[in-house]
Design a protein around this ligand. Structure first.
Ligand code: 5AD
Ligand code: FES
Length: 347
């Protein structure tokens, strides 16, 4: 199996059946071998820097009803909130002082925020912080909307594809959502000129190794600038409440594979990874990840943006997370960079 990892390291690619074999035959020794290669590639590309992104969860209203998600519209127990432009700018002000140079505006698909409102928010952030990058993570929109946001100054967009196998996608989403639409959005975003991020939940219900192989091949084909993967974690008020969570072990293994397939990709050690294991994010970095995305949302609303149960950091101030992460990264020999942290192809 080590030959497969060597081949992946030198060619940045494997055939579908080779990927399947590698994933299905993984073991702790093989994982260590993979992570060592992944770290080498990561260090060649980004040194020991860890890029930070300030996440601003500005609305938990959502028109969608994804079966896995705690803020799905059918969860009537979710207490809904929206941040005003002023509140969002306040998060940026706090974040800027803490060294954040990327702000990620993430929210449900909330019709309250018209294109005009989003454009206004982006322009205001860019006016106040011209040295910062604005990332959007607000779901499926028309080409024209994406174009308008880009022209207003947003330069990155995160839209996880969640599962490229059509049958698997259908098992995770209500019938009005489709992987074809999702892929079209991702290709539109790329065409417009965004740095694009796709991604999946690891261990989502009904996900097989074949699904994962298809997802990896799709990542290779899309060739995004960022890939967000984290374990699926059940939320008690969703149809998937009784499904098992994804594992730390498989998530780390896939982080290692992705680093070798796409050597310069921006790869976060996600909050979900930090939620299923106390050192999840550190282990993610040691498996090849190079980004962390702490929260800048006001603590008063944090416990309302719960996509899954037991989310970490819901009681912490932005400054606490910032210093906590700094310590965590230093403890494994890496350091948080005060920079926009662009993809290599953009600097
Ligand atoms: N567990 C883990 N990740 C989740 N997401 C949504 N719900 C869950 C969950 N229950 C992820 C999705 C989405 C991202 C913002 O959060 O992949 O794209
Ligand atoms: Fe939030 Fe550690 S990152 S408290």
């Amino acid at each position: 199996m080590k030959e497969l990892i060597d081949k992946l390291t030198t060619t940045n690619n494997l055939a579908p059946e080779e990927l399947k074999k590698l994933i299905d035959n993984r073991n702790p020794e093989l994982a260590e071998y993979l992570f060592a290669k992944a770290r080498t590639v990561r260090i060649e590309n980004y040194g020991y820097d860890v890029y930070i992104r300030g996440l601003i969860e500005f609305t938990n209203y959502c028109r969608n009803d994804c079966y896995y998600c705690g803020i799905r519209k059918s969860n009537v127990e979710a207490e809904r909130y929206r941040l005003t432009k002023e509140e969002i700018l306040e998060c940026c002000a706090i974040g800027y002082d803490l060294g954040f140079r990327t702000f990620v505006l993430q929210g449900g698909e909330d019709g309250y925020y018209t294109d005009e409102k989003i454009v206004d928010i982006i322009r205001s952030i860019k006016r106040n912080y011209p040295d910062c990058a604005v990332t959007l993570s607000i779901g499926e929109k028309s080409y024209e909307s994406y174009q308008a946001f880009f022209e207003a100054g947003a330069e990155r967009y995160l839209l996880r594809h969640e599962g490229v196998n059509a049958e698997h996608y259908r098992k995770l989403h209500p019938p009005n959502l489709s992987i074809y639409k999702r892929k079209e959005c991702l290709y539109n975003l790329k065409e417009i000129g965004y740095q694009v991020g796709c991604g999946i939940m690891v261990g989502s219900p009904y996900q097989t190794t074949d699904c994962i192989v298809e997802d990896l091949l799709f990542m290779k084909e899309l060739n995004p600038h960022m890939i967000g993967i984290g374990p699926f974690i059940p939320h008690h008020k969703t149809p998937f409440a009784d499904h098992a969570a994804g594992t730390l072990e498989l998530t780390l293994f896939l982080l290692g594979i992705i680093r070798l397939m796409l050597p310069s990709v921006l790869l976060p050690a996600t909050t979900a990874l930090g939620t299923i294991h106390p050192q999840g994010r550190e282990l993610g970095i040691l498996a090849g990840a190079n980004v962390v995305m702490p929260n800048l949302s006001p603590p008063s609303i944090r416990e309302k943006y719960l996509l899954y149960d037991n989310k970490i950091c819901t009681g912490d101030e932005a400054a606490e997370c910032r210093s906590c992460l700094e310590k965590r990264m230093e403890s494994i020999g890496y350091h948080v960079a005060v920079s926009r942290g662009d993809h290599k192809s953009f600097v």
